[in-house]
Design a protein around this ligand. Structure first.
Ligand code: SAM
Length: 284
């Protein structure tokens, strides 16, 4: 087959990353955002929303494992989980691997992301949307969290970056509504972008959340297609300080669930909360 030399760019304010692609497989405008699916040489199929890489076949497991197993294994008995965003189904897939989970609600604003990923990237959700414990809600996550009277042990905000429909998922009101939707002992995690080109997002998130939750800690891990250094997630709880959790407890829960993971491990979990000094001072 003739080698294809098309390149597709992901553009940030002062940074552009190009991916060599065999083909642009799909490109469409939904009611909420521009969606593109690439067949790339390096990362396999790649989903972009409004020009930003959301997930790829080759490295999706890192993000989905770290966004899920860190909060769930930090909690003694996570039964009810809420995912806001996450239309590709990767976080949902990992949540459902925990035997303690009785219900996994997922609130996604754009149904076309779900149908698109089910069709073109089926292994990311891997049937999770058909699981009897899944409760799929098509709505704006900010709207839903304000109105719901459900209470959750874990809330995972797997939204796109603060632009377009996701903008509101970075507001103080949203975080306060999340706090109210957590059961006692609950945990919230949210992606807070890469440490180099989205440091301002980490500062803003920490600035809002430290006045709402008792414990607010970043954890870092590498996601090659989330460009700009380490990728960050903030872990928020009133009762659980992730930096002091006994790794023995995490290991016990990990083994109890018979989890088989490719990036996550109890040691990685514990180490991820040790932030390099130059970044630590960035956030405080
Ligand atoms: N892992 C990616 C990241 O870290 O940027 C996020 C992946 S997931 C595809 C992001 C999802 O958030 C998209 O499906 C998008 O439609 C959804 N989303 C954006 N704004 C939303 C909102 N206000 N309520 C619910 N879902 C939203």
């Amino acid at each position: 087959m003739k080698e294809h030399n098309e390149w597709v760019s992901e553009k940030w304010q002062n940074l552009e990353v190009r991916y060599r692609v065999r083909k642009i497989l799909q490109e469409l405008k939904t009611d909420f955002q521009h969606m593109m699916l690439l067949d790339s040489y390096e990362y396999g199929k790649m989903l972009l929303l409004d020009g930003i890489v959301q997930t790829t076949e080759k490295d999706e497991f890192i993000y989905h494992e770290m966004m899920t197993h860190v909060p769930l294994l930090s909690h003694p008995n996570p039964q009810k989980v809420l995912i806001i965003g996450g239309g590709d189904g990767g976080v949902l897939r990992e949540v459902l691997r925990h035997d303690s989970v009785k219900k996994a609600a997922i609130v996604e604003i754009d149904p076309e992301v779900i149908s698109f990923c089910n069709e073109h990237l089926p292994l990311i959700s891997n049937g999770a949307f058909d699981d009897g414990r899944t409760d799929l809600i098509i709505a704006d996550g900010a709207d839903h969290i304000r109105k719901t009277d459900e209470r959750y042990d874990i809330i995972i905000v797997d939204s796109s970056d603060p632009a377009g429909p996701a903008q509101i998922l970075f507001s103080e009101q949203f975080y306060r509504d999340i706090y109210n939707a957590l059961r006692p002992g609950g945990i919230m995690v949210r992606q807070t972008g890469s440490t180099q080109i989205q440091a301002e997002e980490q500062r803003q998130a920490y600035g809002l959340l430290k006045d709402i939750f008792q414990y607010n800690s970043f954890y870092l891990y590498p996601v090659p297609t989330y460009v700009g250094g380490f990728f960050s997630t903030i872990f928020c709880s009133d009762t659980i300080d992730p930096k002091t959790i006994d790794i023995k407890n995490i290991t016990e829960r990990f083994n109890l669930n018979k989890l088989r993971t490719k990036y996550y491990s109890p040691e990685i979990h514990s180490g991820a909360f040790h932030i390099p000094p130059f970044l630590e001072e960035n956030y405080l």
